[in-house]
Design a protein around this ligand. Sequence first.
Ligand code: FES
Length: 165
Amino acid sequence: MSATAAAPAIPEPDLAPVDAILAGYPQTETSLVQVLQDVNRTFNYLPCHALEKVAASLGVPLARVFSVATFYKAFSIKPRGKVIIRICTGTACHIRGAPLLVDEFVRHLGIRAGETTPDMGFTLETVNCVGACAMAPVVIAGPRHHGGLSPADVPDVIQGKSDDD
Ligand code: FES
C-alpha cells in the first residue's frame, strides 16, 4: 500500500465486552471514567458505538460521554492498533535521526504518523520528548523502549525484538 493513500475504513469491533464491563459497575454517571478506562484498555480506543452503549446504560447524555472521552489524553476515539509505536521527535531525537526513523516506519507499515494499519496491528504516532534524551533517538513500541535506533533497526522493532532478545 502506498503511504500516501487514504487510510481504509476500519470496521467497528464486536462490542460484547462492553456489556461485560458495564455489568461490573453501578449504572450511574459516577462510573463513567472507570468504564471508559476499561473500554479503552479493551479496544485500545473508544469505539463510537461503545460510547453510545455506555451513555445509554449509565443514563448519561452522549455529549457528556464524548466530552469526557476527548478530554483525557489517555483516551482515544480514533481506532488504534494492538501495538502503538511512538517515535520521539523532540529536539534531541530530531537531531539524532528521528525523521529518518519516521520515514522508515512509514515505509514498512504503509501508514502515516497518526494512522493505524488495516489489520489493527500497529498505530504509528510521533510524540514530543519522552524524557530519555540520552538514548536518542527513542522509539516506544508497546511496553518497550528502544534507544539509539537507526533505520536498519526498524524491522526488528516492528517484529517486537529488543536489544535483550
Ligand atoms: S527529545 Fe526524544 S527523548 Fe528527549
